[in-house]
Design a protein around this ligand. Structure first.
Ligand code: AHM
Ligand code: MG
Length: 338
């Protein structure tokens, strides 16, 4: 009898093994995406470790903190951006980077260029950093036709053209959720091995959920369909039970719960912010890609989120995403309004 196997899982599906398996489904592939993803994974491990130590190392962004050497400490979001920029550039597989932290897109030195464009939010959920609540990294990957002549216009592609997307949540555990266009899988960082191990194979969102997630503090400025929808969540008229409200204020954590438990996450437009708050290229698109790959839907109030064609790298859009039946309801309310 195999006693070791009783106590330990000894055949682990690491994220590297999974990505290599995916690669073998494309015999023409030269492994570039595999290399790029391994650099992103390294970035996530680095940021996870910095987030874990943040309180101790005084990295959390309390303005003006200095360390014992008297050097100014970098804020965690600035540090995370540097980590990912370095990881992506050094992969030799990227030509353009779009980061929430950088006003302009970064065009990689021609000598280090590869065929991918990566859009990312290195540390999302800024209001939760200093109090130790879950935060995360979000990324989306596009292929560029010609890396030597790439222009900004080519970077402004609709979300449906992405070839991979994912997020890493720095929470009670560190979880990386990834899709390369063939379903969605979740991996949890085993700190003793330093490896992401598959813990959530082939994630499918339940078709209908019991939770809605929105910043209700903005309700005074909502449009009619959003207001009607949230009213229905609280006072259903079809005899069903009211939905529960859960809102963390970190998109990665709110979307992760929505993906696993079902329900709907909303960051709608309101009178003060007609385009909502969340950014198309590195928040709305990657999360919408994952949601659709898991069998859910993502809607902007006008149409499918992944059909948007951004005109600016930091453009915003309203977003309603989650269980298919729940998103259908909000779509119907917007259709009534039209
Ligand atoms: P950030 O990029 O400044 O961190 O803002 C994005 C975050 C999302 O993680 C979250 O969904 C949203 O802002 C919460 O916003 P609000 O505080 O308005 O509810
Ligand atoms: Mg953000």
């Amino acid at each position: 009898m195999d006693h070791a196997a009783d106590t330990f899982r000894t055949d682990l599906m690491t994220i590297t093994r999974h990505v290599l398996n995916e690669q073998s489904r494309h015999p023409e592939s030269r492994g570039d995406l595999t290399i790029l993803l391994s650099h992103i994974v390294l970035g996530c491990k680095f940021v996870a470790s910095a987030v874990n130590k943040a309180g101790l190392a005084k990295l959390t962004g309390l303005a003006g903190e200095t360390n014992v050497q008297g050097e100014e400490q970098k804020k965690l979001d600035v540090l995370s951006n540097e980590v990912f920029v370095n990881a992506l550039v050094s992969s030799g597989r990227t030509c353009v980077l779009v980061s929430e932290e950088d006003e302009e897109a970064t065009f990689v030195d021609p000598k280090l260029r590869g065929k991918y464009c990566v859009c990312f939010d290195p540390l999302d959920g800024s209001s939760n950093i200093d109090c130790g609540v879950s935060i995360g990294t979000i990324f989306g990957i596009y292929m560029i036709k010609n890396q030597d002549t790439v222009t900004l216009e080519e970077v402004l592609q609709p979300g449906k053209d992405m070839i991979a997307a994912g997020y890493c949540m720095y929470g009670s555990s560190c979880t990386l959720v990834l899709s390369t266009g063939n379903g969605v899988n979740g991996f949890t960082l085993d700190p003793s091995l330093g490896e992401f191990i598959m813990t959530h194979p082939d994630i499918k969102i339940p078709p209908k959920g019991k939770i809605y997630s929105v910043n209700e503090g903005n309700a005074k400025n909502w449009d009619t369909p959003t207001a009607k929808y949230v009213e229905k969540c609280k006072y259903p008229t079809d005899g069903s039970s009211p939905k529960s409200l859960r809102y963390i204020g970190s998109m990665v954590a709110d979307v992760h719960r929505t993906l696993l438990y079902g329900g709907i996450f909303l960051y709608p437009a309101d009178k003060k912010s007609p385009n909502g708050k969340l950014r198309v290229m590195y928040e709305v698109f990657p999360m919408s890609f994952l949601m659709e790959e898991a069998g859910g839907q993502s809607f902007t109030g006008k149409g499918r989120s992944l059909d948007l064609i951004p005109t600016d790298i930091h453009e915003r859009s309203p977003i309603f995403l989650g269980s298919s039946d729940d998103v259908e309801e909000i779509k119907a309310l917007y259709a009534e309004e039209a």
